[in-house]
Design a binder for this molecule. Sequence first.
Ligand SMILES: NC(=O)c1ccc[n+]([C@@H]2O[C@H](COP(=O)([O-])OP(=O)(O)OC[C@H]3O[C@@H](n4cnc5c(N)ncnc54)[C@H](OP(=O)(O)O)[C@@H]3O)[C@@H](O)[C@H]2O)c1
Length: 278
Amino acid sequence: MRLNHADTASGTDFFRNYGPWALIAGASHGVGAAFAHQAASRGLNCILVARRQAALESLKSELQSQYNVEVLVLCQDLSTVDAAERLVDAVERRQVGLMIYNAGGDPIISQFLNTSIDNWNRLLRMNTQTVMELSYAFGSKMVERRQGGLILVGSHAALGGVRKLGMYSATKAFCLNLGESLWAEWKTHNVDVLNVLISTVDTPTIRDTMSRLGIPEARTMALPQANDIADTALQGLAKGPTLVHPDDVVGDNDSPGSQRRAHVQAKSEEAARFIGDD
Ligand SMILES: NC(=O)c1ccc[n+]([C@@H]2O[C@H](COP(=O)([O-])OP(=O)(O)OC[C@H]3O[C@@H](n4cnc5c(N)ncnc54)[C@H](OP(=O)(O)O)[C@@H]3O)[C@@H](O)[C@H]2O)c1
């Protein structure tokens, strides 16, 4: 039998803290679809964003029939300059208590000079400008209400440069630093922020990419499951700013996530001496 978190005491708390609507950017498959299932199983209505309407409509039917929640589908390319503005308009007066920005894989995977500047600009907009503008739009309302959560799905590539992943790793570092800073700013306003840094996860994109690049065992290699990562992230949402998967799942005091939390706290306190803490 499927566990429906909405029926449990912790499910009720989750809805109170992060409901009534979750917006999932990049929801049509893989980690994003898993987040939608996990949010809906906790009773949240879902706004599903991606480019492929048919995939989103199919997920909408699943969520409605399995969890009895409301679902809004918004087809939007997140790499356009006006993506955030269009989404905010389309959401209308629905109260977004949880925003999950999951889109952001690198469809190019190339040395910096081996593709067009237009391709890099599209990745840059999807992974920085749109994230920033949506965080601003929905985050400001959460801070005003003193209630809500923001999840930025990232990558271990955020932690340092990687050959053939220069723009990907740079944009993921942008998200990581933005998310950790917002965590430090918003925790006194009761708004939770969590970066989820993934090493590898079983998504259609990673399987297709591995196949395209001729990696042996591309279709059979055992990989962490998107559903487990999404569940872990929602359970740990209040323990920001950063969950480094899978290392932090063990959860010892010296885990990478604990070290990053201590770093952000120490640097924020140190900075307050020079730039104030208002
Ligand atoms: N897979 C891994 O092993 C791995 C490893 C480390 C980090 N991550 C991170 O985990 C997240 C999900 O990974 P993934 O492999 O599933 O990534 P993905 O292929 O980029 O797709 C994620 C979702 O984003 C949507 N999307 C992609 N480009 C879009 C665009 N321009 N506009 C609107 N929606 C767009 C896709 O749907 P549509 O195609 O329908 O638009 C899909 O629903 C990413 O942020 C990635 O960086 C993944």
